[in-house]
Design a protein around this ligand. Structure first.
Ligand SMILES: C[S@@+](CC[C@H](N)C(=O)[O-])C[C@H]1O[C@@H](n2cnc3c(N)ncnc32)[C@H](O)[C@@H]1O
Length: 184
């Protein structure tokens, strides 16, 4: 069971901490990720949806949504309302190990590093199953660079925060988890 389901105040603090971590990156993601022609971008495990909201601000045609645990998604709906995006925004509560809502673009930001290869494959297979034909999955994560390169990821690589979680990814490590998930 999710600890935060029984500790709502702490859940709210955690979601806010995700926003602090994600706001700056979200603007960069929105700048590089082409959403032209995308009908619905779903921020999978999106917390308050900072990434998808930044994408929606960058593309006024884009509809977006957050898929997260049922007790987390109201924070995303509130944030979208505050941004004036409510009419183009949707939230869905659920468990991404069961299934994810249909979309033609999924964003997985700061997600895959939390899981071992089997977990990553399960997540990606669920995305593939619900993905509209021709759709895409965008993985946004910190990559472990060469030893000696500055950055947070090498430090975090030594300190996995999720029980059973994987190391942070080196670029080449992502490919084997994409293939069984039937993504390329
Ligand atoms: C590390 S945070 C990432 C948040 C966001 N993607 C970002 O980068 O700001 C992980 C999120 O996954 C959600 N979560 C945890 N277990 C989940 C599950 N089984 N199904 C869906 N969401 C889940 C948590 O509520 C949390 O918001």
């Amino acid at each position: 069971m999710d600890y935060f389901a029984g500790h709502r105040d702490e859940a709210s603090l955690f979601t806010k901490s995700m926003t602090n971590l994600s706001v700056a990156t979200a603007v960069d993601v929105a700048a590089v990720l082409d959403t032209k022609g995308v009908k619905l971008a779903m921020d999978v495990r999106g917390a308050a949806g900072d990434v998808v909201r930044a994408m929606m601000k960058a593309n006024p045609e884009l509809h977006g949504g957050v898929f997260d645990l049922p007790h987390i998604v109201p924070a995303a709906a509130e944030a979208a309302q505050a941004d004036g995006l409510a009419e183009r925004f949707t939230v869905v509560g659920g468990d991404f190990f069961e299934e994810v809502p249909v979309a033609d673009l999924y964003v997985l930001k700061y997600i895959l590093h939390d899981w071992d290869d089997d977990g990553c494959v399960r997540i990606l297979k669920n995305c593939r199953s619900s993905l509209v034909d021709g759709g895409r999955v965008a993985v946004v994560d910190q990559l472990v660079g060469r030893i000696g390169e500055p950055g947070l990821a090498p430090v975090l690589a030594e300190n996995p925060i999720h029980p059973g979680g994987r190391r942070w990814l080196a670029t080449a490590e992502l490919r084997p988890t994409l293939t069984p998930g039937r993504l390329r």
